[in-house]
Design a protein around this ligand. Structure first.
Ligand code: CUA
Length: 266
């Protein structure tokens, strides 16, 4: 039997297509490392999320040298935390749950695409090699503002990533002649110790204090202010730790009114 040359060509082309399809599907299901979400995670009570060890404070936590875990809460119509920030060259495991109704957690450009079901925790692990910025979208209809529900995932360069947090507490007013304190709390979410300097400025005074904050711990620094040196009036202050700054204003008054609590009296 003689097969026409064109017919042979089409036969071969058709066979190649079939092999190609199979290869594509195989690659898509195995080669990309996409794993199906499973139900191996324990269930969780949506009403008790605030008291939950992982989801009470949605955050990114370091668990190994280049390994991080992100605890994400979806609710109408936001994701927390937002933005989610992780370093490049890292492996991040996302744990996502919902506070109310079914949401989606999809990050176009990555393998992340999960349904977020109240009462359950969706878990997925992704590697981020390069710095990038991704949008997070909810792809399950969840209510009137479903279309506005979005978040941000930032993969920042390794040397720009840190897990430091700074908070400062101070009184607003102090009576002339008294001392008051300003307390800065430096939180170090990383595994390694943080060695840094806390700088406090008020008026023309600058106080620096070197601090070491152990991994996943926090440290308090207290600065004492002598109101006599400042004199009456408003005085702006700042506390700076690395790239973080907290500021406020301290008012030195001649007489603190008794009725507003007089909490500066010592
Ligand atoms: Cu949340 Cu749609």
């Amino acid at each position: 039997m003689k097969i026409h040359a064109y017919e042979k060509l089409w036969l071969v082309a058709a066979l190649l297509l079939i092999v190609g399809f199979i290869a594509t599907i195989t690659y898509g299901s195995v080669g990309l490392g996409i794993a199906m979400l499973d139900d191996s995670e324990e269930t969780i009570e949506p009403k008790e999320l605030n008291d939950d060890e992982r989801f009470g404070e949605p955050r990114v936590e370091q668990v190994g040298e280049n390994e991080y875990e992100a605890y994400v809460v979806a609710q109408t119509f936001i994701f927390q935390p937002d933005p989610i920030e992780v370093p490049a060259n890292s492996e991040v495991t996302f744990y996502v749950t919902s506070r109310d109704v079914i949401h989606g957690f999809a990050v176009p450009g990555t393998n992340i695409n999960a349904m977020v079901i109240p009462g359950e925790v969706s878990k997925m692990t992704v590697e981020f090699d390069e710095p990038d910025e991704y949008g997070i979208v909810c792809n399950e209809y969840c209510g009137d503002f479903h279309h506005t529900m979005e978040g941000q995932l930032n993969v920042v360069p390794e040397d720009e990533f840190d897990m430091t947090e700074l908070e400062a507490e101070a009184d607003d007013e102090v009576e002339l002649g008294n001392e008051t304190t300003i307390t800065a709390t430096v939180e170090n979410g990383a595994l390694d110790d943080l060695e840094t300097t806390a700088t406090f400025e008020i008026g023309n005074q600058t106080v620096e204090e070197d601090i070491t904050v152990s991994g996943q711990d926090s440290e308090e620094v207290t600065f004492t202010v002598d109101s006599t040196e400042l004199g009456e009036g408003d005085h702006d202050w700042t506390v700076t730790v690395d790239d973080y700054e907290e500021s406020g204003t301290l008012t030195v008054v001649e007489d603190l009114e008794e009725e507003n609590g007089g909490n500066n009296d010592e």
